[in-house]
Ligand binder design. Structure first.
Ligand code: 13P
Ligand code: SF4
Length: 304
């Protein structure tokens, strides 16, 4: 039996023996997405981690996703196949930045994108994902919001919620931030019939030129119902895998060669196999940080 096939069968067997569930984000490689029990965006996967009756969750994503699962479900063992799969944006705003925003804007609600460390989540009032950031910021009672770490997502939310005052941290996602407006113009010239869909982590200059802005799950939904036969995607290229599966009759193109997140690509099938075999690498969050972070994450789950 070829090695990969053997590993897939072992993964299936160990999952059953350990009552384990494999979660994977849309930015994972196609191989890893195909072996997952649940595929989703950050919000779907957080919900699934919280609601599942599994004893063990293998989280195929990046560090903040595994930490979020552990904060929401401390009784479960959360395994990250690659402990070095971090998020460069989450590293851009630490505790000092959260404390600076609190000091400078004492009347503002502190809202953190879920792409942050557990220590930051423990210090903020609310967490959100790109799927519910607009609704959450619109519906919370506070009129003034300090948003971290992503200034691009923050500016997009502010443009959709003009009735409130926003203050931004200065972080960004290198995968999305360095896409250039010129690349959108080039895509329009090359594929004039195509619809262009972008993630709100892109700059406001890029977002102003595209046809649709949304989180990964919203991009998937829009692509499914769009009348366009050709769609140009401006988010991490892993999303092509579920897009093509959902709409095999459509053509999907990636706007820029920059749209690859090296950390999301670290997990392979063998890492998932080793995670289950050796019960590695278990996520741990100190209890005082976990309980404080739980409050802001619990609020995140209240908004669609
Ligand atoms: P989603 O919230 O759309 O899943 O995106 C997560 C992410 O890391 C985007 O770069
Ligand atoms: Fe973080 Fe950007 Fe990678 Fe998402 S794509 S995990 S925000 S570095």
């Amino acid at each position: 039996m070829p090695e990969k096939q053997w590993m897939l069968e072992e993964i299936r067997r160990m999952k059953k023996d350990m009552n384990a569930l494999i979660l994977a984000h849309y930015y994972q490689t196609g191989d890893v997405q195909d072996l997952a029990d649940v595929l989703g965006d950050s919000l779907d996967l957080s919900r699934k981690a919280a609601d599942s009756s599994a004893d063990v969750i293998v989280f195929c994503g990046v560090q903040f996703m595994g930490e979020t699962a552990k904060i929401l479900s401390p009784e479960k063992t959360i395994l990250m196949p690659r402990p070095d799969a971090g998020c460069l944006m989450a590293d851009m705003a630490g505790v000092e930045e959260a404390e600076r925003l609190r000091r400078e804007y004492p009347g503002a609600a502190l809202v953190a994108y879920v792409n942050t460390t557990a220590e930051v989540k423990a210090r903020v009032d609310y967490c959100c994902t790109s799927a519910n950031a607009v609704n959450l910021c619109r519906q919370i009672p506070e009129q003034e919001i300090a948003f971290l770490p992503d200034r691009n997502l923050g500016q997009f939310v502010a443009s959709q919620v003009p009735e409130k005052t926003f203050h931004m941290a200065d972080g960004f996602c290198p995968t999305h931030h360095f896409v250039e407006p010129q690349e959108v113009h080039e895509a329009r010239a090359r594929w004039p019939e195509a619809e262009i869909l972008a993630h709100p982590e892109c700059t406001p200059e890029v977002l102003a030129l595209v046809d649709f802005v949304g989180s990964t799950s919203r991009i998937l939904e829009r692509a499914r119902v769009s009348p366009a036969r050709q769609l140009v995607i401006c988010t991490e290229r892993g999303i092509l895998h579920p897009l093509k599966k959902a709409s095999p009759e459509k053509e999907f193109l990636v706007l820029s060669p920059r749209l690859i997140c090296p950390n999301m690509k670290k997990n392979g099938v063998e890492d998932v196999y080793l995670a289950l075999k050796n019960r590695q690498y278990a996520v741990e969050v100190p209890e005082d940080i976990r309980t404080a972070a739980y409050r802001s994450l619990e609020r995140m789950l209240e908004y669609a």
